[in-house]
Design a protein around this ligand. Structure first.
Ligand code: DC
Length: 239
């Protein structure tokens, strides 16, 4: 029996992997599927963000892999799944809002290129999902973290569409200094896409057996219905 098959047998419940570029709506989809099927939603990007925040606080260079790894070894990151997303604890402190700010967003993409740091993250993410019953979202869930995930969805959309959605999402209640123009948001998304897709280790790409769902031109409701259909098609009576 292959090791992947052994893994599947050991898990009590399935893993649903959702990957895709920034702003595609992965978190919304993960939260929805988790509610619908009684799973836990885990946003792995928040872990990269939390470590990036700590690097900022410690004034570390984002290119210094050894220092970042050292920092990671003295860091505890906890994700607490909620109905709408995750509470993120960095060494016990709630940083859920702070990690969404612009400087941390850019830093997270930069620190996530380092292979050793990714090993550190992947180890923790595998532990978090080992019993199954999770919807885990990120960039490398279906390819690296759980290549044996029972369901893999790669959620994509045109950069302009993702930027427009994020613009509308970010505006209400944003601090004035964090309000960006729509064009600036699209430019930032494209920059992150380029880095995430072209890094040497675990670049963002669909797993060979992922179902690709392009939400350009679809309403949120249509996307969520399609995602539910994909889960049903793969899990049948398991959910
Ligand atoms: O999903 P997000 O925007 O919160 O992710 C922040 C950054 O973390 C993103 O630019 C790439 C990185 N990331 C990653 O490399 N692998 C993951 N599984 C999740 C996120």
């Amino acid at each position: 029996m292959s090791s992947a098959a052994t893994e599947i047998k050991r898990r009590e419940k399935p893993v649903i992997a959702i990957d895709g570029p920034a702003g595609a709506g992965k978190s919304t989809m993960a939260a929805h599927l988790a509610r619908r099927f009684g799973f836990l939603n885990l946003e792995t990007g928040a872990m990269y963000r939390a470590l990036a925040l700590k690097a900022i606080e410690h004034d570390l260079g984002f290119e210094d892999e050894a220092a970042l790894l050292d920092l990671a070894d003295q860091t505890k990151i906890t994700l607490q799944p909620q109905r709408e997303g995750n509470i993120v604890l960095l060494d016990g402190f709630d940083v859920s809002r702070r990690v969404r700010e612009k400087d941390v967003t850019s830093a997270a993409s930069q620190v996530s290129v380092h292979p050793k740091l990714r090993v550190w993250m992947v180890e923790q993410q595998r532990k978090m999902g080992e019993a199954g019953g999770v919807v885990m979202e990120g960039r490398d869930i279906g390819t690296v973290v759980f290549p044996d995930a029972e369901v893999k969805i790669f959620l994509d959309a045109a950069p302009e569409v993702r930027g427009n959605r994020r613009y509308r999402q970010v505006m209400p209640g944003s601090e004035p200094e964090h309000v960006a123009t729509e064009a600036a948001i699209v430019a930032e998304l494209k920059e992150r896409d380029t880095r995430d897709r072209n890094r040497e280790d675990s670049p963002l790409k669909p797993a060979e057996d992922a179902v690709i769902l392009d939400s350009t031109g679809l309403t949120l409701e249509q996307v969520l219905t399609k995602a539910e259909d994909i889960v049903h098609a793969h899990l049948g009576s398991q959910v």
